[in-house]
Design a protein around this ligand. Structure first.
Ligand SMILES: Cc1cc2nc3c(=O)[nH]c(=O)nc-3n(C[C@H](O)[C@H](O)[C@H](O)COP(=O)(O)OP(=O)(O)OC[C@H]3O[C@@H](n4cnc5c(N)ncnc54)[C@H](O)[C@@H]3O)c2cc1C
Length: 499
């Protein structure tokens, strides 16, 4: 497993890659300077994290921070709102505000909007439709999900549940494409997109946030929207959240395999444009807390794993890439993806601690926190919700900021309306309602014992010579040595009781 350092009390040794110099330099085709040569060690040694009070430029010293930062924005230009992070949460907020006539700047560290965004593949559409009226016609939707599948996999077989629906409330997508589309919509409403810039600090006036800084440059704004995603370094810098810890996150790894739409339709039994969302429990994650996923796009398939980081580090020495490769090449995926070409590979962290990793307050004097930075993700094992929560939180933040502007008051008492709206919304209600399942997802036995019990019970029920066992008998025998009846009842009770 990677990312061992945070879990072995070596956090100081672990540097998060927020502004690696070498990659931008290579992309720009610039020969390394003395600085570059000196820092030509491991990729990690070329990256930095901002430290409070440290004004070392975070942007590439060779490529030149000013060149990127000032492309769209004049120094010290004043905006109504500065959004840090051009992901789904930041862009939904920026679009809504720009549409209301506010002057908005979005700062994104990726070279283009969407360049840094990665997810599994399915989005619930309702929040997007609320924000973007022509969403269904215009957005880069791959397929509407009409088929759901859940497979529990063990060494000697798999047990699956299929659901085919007539309607659909979710679609598959490439996040970079969706984010690019959202950025175009925000720009069309007048928002200014500033790409290739890593915001390294917040400009303060006493306790009030009054803008953002990047490598010594500054943008003034009445409100700053912290939409920086799960790796919330600015929030950490302000001490509104403790440093990220392994028990709060899962590691997501994903591959995109090109198969062509005909093969996808044929192999996954789909009509044209119909999408499939498929979740896996047990062997695909090497029996570690987490699971596997597969989504069909138009002509590609996204597959991947979500592994709870702390448990994974404790339980396995294996490389995540090897676990994913085995998942991709073993039954049933091996045959289904045969002949496909691997076109993309990526990984990203996912907030998994639910409301426990939400900052105590999502607002303060001159700022609000939205999306993954606020911990707004719900992984239920059979579906993952993050993009729709991010979009809705950005939308609610925009409403609160717009109201604050009407009264020309951007202090904590005005921006508190955002948190009130969020608490009343489906986002927080859903996270509260499903708190128990999130707790369950951290338990080893759910991923280790239960898949083996379920597959073994199915084997007993279906594979017999003359005498077929009764249902309960098969279950009881399969549980033997794996989980006690009291243990199972305890798990069911914990699930029913809630958090
Ligand atoms: C493997 C995986 C599978 C997932 N599957 C699903 C799924 O199927 N469905 C679903 O709904 N959700 C899924 N999610 C969750 C979903 O991707 C997130 O919840 C969602 O992207 C959050 O949006 P966001 O805008 O808050 O953050 P992000 O999408 O992380 O965007 C944050 C942006 O901020 C930028 N940024 C960060 N710091 C700075 C800085 N200092 N300066 C400038 N820019 C900065 C980043 O480059 C990034 O573009 C998955 C996530 C992963 C990792």
């Amino acid at each position: 497993m990677c990312a061992r350092k945070p879990c072995s009390a070596r956090e100081e040794d672990a540097r998060r890659s927020t502004a690696c110099s070498s990659c931008i330099t290579a992309l720009a085709g610039i020969a390394p300077t003395e600085y570059g040569k000196k820092n030509a060690g491991s990729p990690a040694s070329r990256c930095r994290i901002p430290k409070p009070g440290n004004h070392v430029p975070l942007l590439n010293p060779e490529y030149g921070r000013a060149a990127c930062f000032m492309r769209n924005v004049a120094p010290s230009q004043k905006f109504d709102v500065a959004v840090v992070g051009g992901g789904p949460s930041g862009l939904s907020c920026a679009y809504t505000l720009a549409k209301k006539g506010l002057r908005v700047a979005v700062m994104e560290r990726g070279r283009t909007p969407g360049a840094k965004n990665l997810f599994g593949g399915r989005v619930y559409s309702s929040p997007l439709e609320k924000v973007f009226p022509n969403f269904r016609k215009e957005a880069p939707i791959e397929r509407w999900v009409k088929h759901e599948k859940m497979s529990v996999v063990a060494d000697d077989g798999a047990l699956s549940l299929d659901y085919d629906s007539k309607g659909s409330t979710s679609f598959t997508a490439y996040l970079p494409k969706l984010v690019t589309w959202m950025a175009t919509k925000a720009e069309a409403e007048g928002a200014v997109m500033v790409s290739d810039v890593c915001v390294d600090g917040l400009a303060m006036d006493g306790h009030r946030v009054v803008g953002v800084t990047a490598g010594g440059d500054k943008i003034d704004a009445d409100v700053v929207v912290l939409a920086e995603g799960v790796n919330r370094l600015l929030c950490e810098g302000m001490k509104v959240v403790p440093p990220l810890s392994a028990h709060q996150v899962a590691l997501g790894v994903r591959q995109v395999v090109r198969l062509g739409s005909d093969k996808i339709n044929e192999r996954f039994c789909l009509a044209a444009d119909e999408g499939l969302a498929w979740f896996f429990l047990g062997k695909p994650s090497d029996y570690m807390p987490g699971g596997g996923f597969l989504y069909t796009n138009s002509s590609t398939v996204s597959i991947g794993l979500v592994l709870y980081l702390e448990k994974g580090i404790q339980m396995s020495e294996k490389n995540v890439y090897d676990i994913l490769e085995r998942f991709r090449t073993s039954p049933p995926l091996g045959q289904l993806l045969a002949g496909g070409s691997l076109v993309e590979y990526g990984s990203h962290l996912i907030p998994e601690a639910g409301l426990k990793m939400m900052p105590d307050k999502l607002y303060g004097d001159g700022y609000v926190i939205v999306g993954d930075a606020a911990g707004l993700v719900l992984n239920l094992g059979y579906t993952v919700r993050g993009v729709d929560f991010a979009v809705h939180s950005g939308f609610l933040a925009a409403q609160a900021i717009s109201d604050a502007r009407s009264s020309n008051s951007f202090g904590a008492s005005s921006l508190a309306a955002y948190e009130e709206k969020l608490n009343r919304s489906f986002v927080v209600k859903e996270m509260r309602r499903h708190g128990a399942i999130q707790k369950m997802m951290q338990k080893r036995q759910v991923f280790e014992a239960y898949p083996r019990i379920m597959v073994d019970a199915a084997r007993r029920l279906y594979e017999f010579d003359e005498v077929s066992p009764k249902l309960l008998e098969a279950g009881r025998r399969s549980m033997k040595g794996r989980r006690s009846t009291i243990g199972v009842l305890g798990d069911l009770l914990a699930l029913a009781r809630g958090p």
